[in-house]
Design a protein around this ligand. Sequence first.
Ligand SMILES: NC(=O)c1ccc[n+]([C@@H]2O[C@H](COP(=O)([O-])OP(=O)(O)OC[C@H]3O[C@@H](n4cnc5c(N)ncnc54)[C@H](OP(=O)(O)O)[C@@H]3O)[C@@H](O)[C@H]2O)c1
Length: 248
Amino acid sequence: MKRSFVDRAAVITGASSGIGRELAKALAREGCRVGLVARRQALLDELAGAIRQAGGTVAAAAADVGDREQIRQAIAGIAATIGPIDLLVANAGVGINSTIEPVNVEAAEQTFQINVLGVIYAIDAVLPAMLARGNGHIAAISSLAAYRSLPGIEAYAASKAAVNAYLDGFRIRARKRGIAVTTICPGYVHTPMTANNTSMPFVLTAEDAAARIVRALRGRRKIYNFPWPTAMLAKLGRWAPDWLIAAM
Ligand SMILES: NC(=O)c1ccc[n+]([C@@H]2O[C@H](COP(=O)([O-])OP(=O)(O)OC[C@H]3O[C@@H](n4cnc5c(N)ncnc54)[C@H](OP(=O)(O)O)[C@@H]3O)[C@@H](O)[C@H]2O)c1
């Protein structure tokens, strides 16, 4: 069933840049009240100003999603301003390359803290109120990298595979309590995160990615992998021999 976003309240983490920023604007254009979370307050304020100027309702709170108390307080403050949260989009993430000589352990720790625990902390911040109301929608921006790790993105791909696995189980339990769960796996998108990437087949703009994500959210898709050519390659890649991946 397709749902309207009019008069709904959504929180988007990682709203200061890239996909999250475009998603916040797109949801606000749909009539959704939006709550913006990220660490860079100045960028959130600038975006909030633009959304307000366009007639939208918005609240912003700076927080590190890797800090459970910070994200809990930020979302509580946002809900006090824009109302009970109907939709969470846990989008905040980092894309740090993995090295093996030496293994960059701190980068892997940061990747898991933000990309995995950051999603779980955000869910924890909205879930009690959704359970009490018996409805809500929780989405996370994972990645097609969840399906096929590649040399250099080991920790990133592992963090996104963890997000998918977490949501696969959570979705089944949440549904019984009236809460929809959507796992979103984009391919390459032009954002500051990918600014230094040299090869990005079937790359999308952040605006295009956000528009597709809004459609998937409206349809309450369980899992949304896009764009389809990259999704197909990522899934076929699971059976590709190592020598083929190494030669790419
Ligand atoms: N771009 C792609 O090709 C692509 C493909 C697949 C999936 N994704 C996923 O899409 C999501 C958005 O990425 P993007 O490409 O839009 O990257 P981006 O432009 O670098 O944006 C990342 C966002 O996450 C926020 N963030 C990072 N660490 C945070 C923290 N500790 N606490 C709070 N916010 C934090 C950043 O805000 P602050 O720095 O202000 O905190 C920023 O708003 C990520 O989960 C990424 O893994 C991206």
